[in-house]
Design a protein around this ligand. Structure first.
Ligand SMILES: Nc1ncnc2c1ncn2[C@@H]1O[C@H](COP(=O)(O)OP(=O)(O)O)[C@@H](O)[C@H]1O
Ligand SMILES: [Mg+2]
Length: 285
């Protein structure tokens, strides 16, 4: 069975994309899982991390990014979206990582998503505008153990498409005051969307990112989050702030995950985080 997990937070810059990429690569290389990464953010960061800007442009020109999928829905002149061709096999730039595929995003989605919003506005009871991704991805799901969906920092139509496909979600957050603000609102919006569409979306947990051990504020905020009964779970592995994790955003060849993310603490924490997500996601389905 396939487990689909969305990465969401209404804030940008909190490590959503970095976490999604790393967890995908660790799931495949360290735990032997078959992974599909779906980049729903028009900023295309996950896409360029995996395949670089040049390759993205080539795919986009021939309609093999998610831009084409959503365009097809809002513009009759859009071309037919071919999911099998669009999936990029073994997309990770790390040689040792096999089994991480990618559905690329598109900068064109900035405009296309407005067309989708307009259609939903004209017909508020229509369900198809949030089911486009689910419908196109469903036939390929049996090929994967995990589908990780990187969402833009809002609850617009693209994120709702991601949530419609997902059975669970994680919320990456920097453990400081402004980054953690608004998480209960996010949870309740997801819960009401799940209710409206009649399918459960389970909160798997908060992922602590860019953790600085020397910061007493970070410690205090994490303790507060752990005590907060509105938050189901603070995942025990915390991702440290590290230059090498930031540098992982560049699409350059690496031989191994240790080469990409750093051999010491960073590798261990990212591996632990991935294992925690594997364990908590067992409840899905
Ligand atoms: N653990 C980390 N240590 C250092 N830099 C990080 C870490 N996680 C993310 N970053 C950097 O922080 C910025 C925002 O991260 P990103 O994953 O793009 O966030 P989001 O997807 O939430 O906008 C990027 O420049 C990224 O490289
Ligand atoms: Mg991002």
């Amino acid at each position: 069975m396939t487990r689909a997990i969305a990465t969401i937070n209404l804030k940008g810059g909190v490590g959503k994309t970095t976490t999604t990429a790393a967890v995908g690569e660790f799931l495949a290389a360290e735990f032997g899982q078959r992974v599909l990464l779906i980049d729903l953010d028009p900023q295309t960061n996950l896409t360029t991390m995996m395949i670089g800007e040049h390759r993205w442009q080539q795919l986009n020109d021939v309609g093999l990014t998610l831009g084409a999928l959503f365009l097809e829905a809002v513009d009759p002149r859009g071309q037919y979206f071919d999911i099998d061709k669009a999936i990029q096999i073994d997309a990770s730039p790390v040689n040792a990582v096999r089994g991480v595929d990618l559905l690329a995003s598109s900068l064109d989605l900035i405009e296309i998503q407005e067309g989708l919003t307009y259609r939903q506005y004209r017909d508020p009871y229509a369900t198809w505008p949030v089911e486009l991704l689910l419908n196109v991805v469903s036939p390929v799901l049996p090929r994967y153990d995990y589908v990780l969906i990187d969402c833009p920092p809002n609850l617009g139509m693209l994120t709702l498409n991601g949530l419609r496909l997902a059975q669970g979600y994680i919320v990456p957050t920097i453990p400081d005051i402004l980054s953690t603000y608004g998480i209960p609102q996010l949870q309740s919006r997801v819960a009401s969307f799940a209710h409206r569409t009649g399918h459960g979306i389970k909160e798997l947990g908060l992922v602590i990112t860019k953790y600085r051990a020397a910061s007493s504020l970070h410690r205090a905020v994490i303790e507060q989050l752990q005590r907060d009964e509105r938050i189901a779970n603070v995942i025990p592995a915390w991702v440290p702030e590290a230059n090498q994790i930031a540098a992982a955003a560049e699409c350059v060849d690496h031989r191994t995950l240790r080469g990409k993310y750093g051999a010491g603490e960073q590798f261990e924490e990212l591996r632990n985080l991935t294992e925690d997500i594997l364990l908590t996601s067992r409840v899905l389905l």
